[in-house]
Design a protein around this ligand. Sequence first.
Ligand code: DGL
Length: 260
Amino acid sequence: MRAAFFDSGIGGLSVMHRALSMLPADEFIFFADEDHVPYGVRAPDEVLRLVDEAFRFLMSLDVNAVVVACNTATSVAVREMRRRYPIPIVGMEPAVKLAFDLYGSKKVLVTATPITINGDKIKRLIARLDRAEYVELLALPSLVDFAERQEFDSPAVEEYLRRALAPYDFEQFSSIVLGCTHFNYFKDTLRKILPSDIKFVDGNEGTLKELARRMNITPAAPRGAIDVRYYYSGRLVDDAAELERIGKYLRRLDRMIDIN
Ligand code: DGL
């Protein structure tokens, strides 16, 4: 199986990182649209055009499936991509239902990009759950820029998060949904700021289970190393400095995975 993981930037690595230990695949392609990140503050039409450009490139690599490892691109473009391209396409939505299923009756704080927060898709998702009064939405667009700069725990990051989270009375909340794949890099900094009983929830595992279902494979640790090729907006990443940049993200994700 050759599956592609697509994101506006390096957030999608958090999904592929999980897949590397969860799916018995032969080869992964990771595509970050580094020339156009961030998507979350652009006009939806522009994002649709950028996602389509990325898909056309991925089709030229003969991939068997695409994981849209980006809540923003899913919100704007997944339906149209499924109409245009005849392979399994798995999207990502903020894991609000999972948060209620796991942590019960208190409120859930859903964080994501402005496009996701303001989009119809999340409104429909919340309406289906019939718990609108238990969901608060918060856009954190600067986290995408911080993540792209590999700035994860600086005083500026901490100050940004403290300010954004200050208005919430966390006594009323059970959990925070990381509804943007770039946000997984900040779990240690968030852990410092949030009360210790607030849980983190993301959609990574659910998305990969859906990929496995669509590909007719059983989730399991891979037997050997999975070959991964990285692309930035259609250019193969093959120089040592850029591969080291990616390695640094993956090593950070190794540390984030156990922070719940
Ligand atoms: N990583 C993306 C997401 O999951 C969006 C980041 C951006 O480009 O704004 O929504």
